[in-house]
Design a protein. Sequence first.
Length: 179
Amino acid sequence: MKNPGSRVFSSATMIASIVCVLLFPSFSRGPMVAVPCVQAEETPPGPFGSVPIREDGILHVIRPDGSIITSILIEIAETPEAKARGLMGRILPDYSRGMLFVYDTSDEREFWMRNTPGSLDIIFITEKGCIRSISEKTTPESDTRYRSEGSVKYVLEVRAGFCEAFAITLGTCIRWQRT
């Protein structure tokens, strides 16, 4: 005859195992992975969620002599949907990242800050890669229009203060590539 205590122990073990799998599913899928915690004030939830900037490429800001002023990782917005969404609901954490809008042709461009919680520097760039105009320290969450003041093929959005921090002015050029 079996010991009745062993049946209670095996039932309790089975129940505990099921509870662990339900409450802690990562245990059943292999090793746990540490995920860094993001503070709410850095990335508030927006209409599209707290989506980090993708690392689609790298962009170099270039002095007239060809030397690099700074380099940043960029998310590239090429589709109509990506261009319409832009940085809505997201805040750039520092000066190391930005979003590059790429157009098929040069034309006058207009941007606004609706649903964009952080102030930006919006840099309008010609087909040759040189800065035509800059809208610095834009007003977050506003419908104010920021215009290119001429035809441009690229627009770069970076955290407000970027241009001031790196002494970026009209005529400064950029080079970028996909990663």
